[in-house]
Design a protein around this ligand. Structure first.
Ligand SMILES: C[S@@+](CC[C@H](N)C(=O)[O-])C[C@H]1O[C@@H](n2cnc3c(N)ncnc32)[C@H](O)[C@@H]1O
Ligand code: SF4
Length: 460
């Protein structure tokens, strides 16, 4: 059964055959390869080397707090109604900013800032101003920078939205997940339709330059019909980008998910139908399939970046400005330099202790080898553009692509025979059928994913 959709084909037989668990490749090597052998001292050396390159920066700030627990949530959060807990966190975050800024060449411009969570709008006006003041004091922000924030729509009013815009945020993202009340009750996140339309009208009135919304498919009580209704209402909101996440159901890791009645989850066949319908609805209605779970309007920066070949993946998903290096601040945050990745401590106690000792709050990291970097370029380029020019890799790394990857190319032959990709003399081209299975294609270039005991989510 093959449904033809613009730029992507939903081929049920191929999905059933090839959809095995694989990393999401928000980085390569995947975050699971970071180890405690890589220390804060190693990271300082990597920063010094990156200062020589003078590459521009992306900054990520993690605000882990949420007012209440959404049962589906897989993010790293601290649930509390006591807003006082944000105070010590912000004080430590500002120390981290100062310590990091002291290591960074001030000529390096910041092109992107993102506040994520958790719920960044957990912070009150003064707390937002406090953090913003220190970011702008210690880093050189490009006047054209993309400055984005994730908000939970249940905890904002018009005044707060306008306040964010005045501070300098020019992009915004909020979670919808599903419009259906029965689904919302089952996941402990009731947000009436009028509230979501109000929030969007304030965002539009405040003139944010791009608005993203998140949906999740695979939640309890969802059916083809209820999710179609959710998609119609979401499109009526008219966001610039829509991310449709596949529900990652991992109750052994996220105990709150045990509150979800397992028997109410849609069956695999229904989930596939929902996915097919989602792609059909969105691509028939002014949204372009960017890749994996991302859709964007034709004139959105993501679509333009894909066209201009400046799209990249980092741990937030697809994003623009492939030329930047990422510095992450706050508990659990990940930094990605060209040749080294690190992750901060996850537990607030460990994060606070490291900062109190005046050291970078790194829990683990990895130094990339030349082989990692070659494979990273191949995997990320294919994930972002569904295409690879072998000669680009050969020129950059002085290798013969076909020799270096002879066993990988052999492993791809059955996938080519099934029509997922075409391996040409100079190029690798992912077909419209292969696009939904791109993770299962690039995994062949991944040397870390050869062990069968690794646990990853399914692509579909
Ligand atoms: C940090 S939250 C977004 C901001 C804000 N906290 C909110 O909920 O509106 C990031 C997004 O991750 C997605 N998400 C969270 N847990 C997930 C899971 N288990 N599976 C798939 N997507 C998930 C949701 O769509 C959520 O909106
Ligand atoms: S989905 Fe958002 S608001 Fe809900 S628990 Fe997760 S991070 Fe918090």
């Amino acid at each position: 059964m093959v449904f033809v959709l613009p730029g992507v084909k939903f081929d049920l037989d191929m999905i059933k055959k090839y959809d095995t668990p694989a990393p999401r490749y928000t980085s390569y090597p995947p975050a699971t390869e970071l180890t405690t052998e890589f220390t804060a001292t190693d990271f300082q050396a990597a920063i010094a080397a990156s200062n020589q390159r003078k590459s521009p920066l992306s900054l990520y700030f993690h605000i882990p707090f949420c007012q209440s627990a959404c049962y589906f949530c897989g993010c790293n959060t601290v649930i509390s109604n006591n807003k006082e807990i944000a105070k010590p966190y912000l004080e430590h975050l500002v120390c981290e900013i100062k310590n990091m800024a002291a290591l960074i060449n001030p000529e390096r411009k910041v092109l992107q800032i993102h506040w994520g969570g958790g719920t960044p709008n957990y912070l009150d006006h003064n707390q937002v101003k406090f953090l913003w003041k220190h970011i702008t004091q210690y880093f050189t922000i490009d006047p054209q920078a993309e400055i984005s924030i994730e908000i939970n729509p249940r905890y904002v009013d018009q005044d707060y939205i306008f306040f964010l815009r005045e501070i300098g945020f020019n992009r915004i993202s909020f979670g919808i997940q599903d419009f259906n009340r029965q689904v919302q009750v089952a996941v402990n996140r009731v947000q009436p339709e009028e509230m979501l339309f109000d929030v969007m009208s304030w965002i539009k009135a405040a003139k944010f330059e791009s608005v993203n919304v998140d949906l999740i498919y695979g939640l309890p009580h969802q059916t083809l019909q209820t999710f179609r209704d959710t998609l119609h209402k979401t499109m009526a909101l008219d966001p610039d980008r829509i991310v449709v996440f596949n529900f990652a159901y991992v109750p052994w890791m996220k105990p709150a998910q045990k509150n979800i009645p397992q028997e109410a989850l849609p069956k695999p066949q229904e989930k596939l139908e929902i996915l097919r319908m989602t792609i059909e609805e969105l691509t028939n209605n002014k949204y372009i399939f960017i890749g994996m779970d991302h859709f964007a309007k034709y004139n959105d920066e993501l679509t333009i970046a894909q066209r201009d070949r400046t799209l990249q993946r980092n741990f937030q998903g697809y994003t623009t400005h492939a030329e930047t290096e990422l510095l992450g601040f706050g508990a659990t945050s990940i930094s990605m330099l060209n040749d080294a990745y690190v992750q901060n401590h996850k537990q607030l106690r460990d994060y606070y202790q490291a900062i109190a000792k005046d050291s970078l709050p790194i829990s683990k990291g990895i130094k990339l080898t030349q082989d990692d970097m070659i494979r990273r370029d191949v995997i990320m380029w294919i994930m972002s553009h569904f295409h690879l020019n072998k000669r680009d890799i050969e020129e950059k790394y002085h290798i013969s692509f076909d020799q270096y990857f002879s066993s990988e190319l052999k492993a791809l032959e059955p996938l080519e025979a099934d029509g997922l990709l075409r391996i040409l003399t100079n190029h690798i081209q992912i077909t419209d059928i292969g696009r939904l299975l791109v993770r299962n294609i690039v995994v062949k270039f991944d040397t870390y994913n050869q062990s069968p005991d690794k646990q990853f989510s399914r692509a579909i």
